[in-house]
Write a protein of this length. Structure first.
Length: 250
């Protein structure tokens, strides 16, 4: 069952989203050649706790880190490591904030130093595809309007859409209905109603959309070792249009 949030509940989620987006902007200043993703993980945990939040991913199904850190051909759920990021890498940092019992979830992809045109175009198109989806998040539309807008835009630009991982409702739980795919026909999924809150999080690949999960049970990679990027926001559906809860300024 899809749980509709009240205006007051959305405001509480907005505060969680504001903390998350503040943290992402701080991360942006950290990422450079030589830093490790385990250092970024430590930074995020300390930042959230200092500002009254907690990293919701720690302990989730046995996961031990505040963030997922996905480098180059890692599509999602990369485990932070002591390996140093290199000039030209791209890295997606994904995490969930719990602030007074309400959650927000967002992934941003970052360049490491100077990256080549192929990688830059992938980052740009993935972020643009996310916003194409958000534009369709209107009362009376369906989940399929979001999915179809993302798929159409990505494929026009020559990228494939990952199908194994999708967006989801969120509130007091990390994963709630509805499920939000990033591909498929307009007619699919439930009608969008005021009070729905969910993530949109397209993952675009330079090559095939197929992925595999490593033996650690978390790390998902492209089967052809091509680059992958992801951008994700938590949004709320209102009569006046979608509110992006995880990209705010104080």
């Amino acid at each position: 069952m899809i749980v509709l949030k009240t205006k007051e509940e959305i405001e509480m989620m907005r505060e969680a989203g504001r903390l998350l987006s503040d943290c992402h902007r701080a991360i942006r200043n950290l990422i450079k050649p030589g830093i490790t993703t385990i250092e970024i993980d430590d930074f995020v945990e300390q930042y959230l706790r200092k500002h009254g939040g907690t990293p919701e991913q720690i302990g989730y199904q046995g996961y031990q880190h505040a963030i997922c850190a996905s480098v180059n051909d890692v599509v999602c759920h990369g485990i932070p490591s002591p390996e140093k990021l290199k000039e030209g890498d791209i890295v997606t940092i994904d995490f969930v904030v719990n602030l007074e019992g309400w959650l927000a979830d967002s992934a941003w992809s970052y360049p490491v130093g100077k990256i080549d045109k192929k990688a830059m175009d992938l980052l740009k198109t993935t972020e643009e595809a996310l916003y194409k989806g958000i534009e369709q998040a209107k009362v009376g539309n369906r989940i399929g309007h979001i999915a179809n807008a993302i798929e159409t835009y990505a494929e026009e630009k020559g990228y494939s859409i990952v199908r194994d991982f999708i967006g989801h409702g969120i509130g007091r739980q990390m994963h709630e209905p509805p499920m939000v795919p990033h591909y498929g026909p307009i007619e699919q999924g439930p009608e969008l109603k005021e009070g729905m809150v969910f993530t949109i999080e397209p993952m675009l690949n330079c090559g095939s959309h197929f992925v595999y999960v490593e033996k650690d049970g978390w790390t998902a990679r492209t089967v052809d070792e091509e680059l992958s990027a992801q951008y994700e926001h938590t949004i709320a559906i209102t009569k006046k249009g979608p509110i992006i809860l995880t990209n705010q300024y104080r």
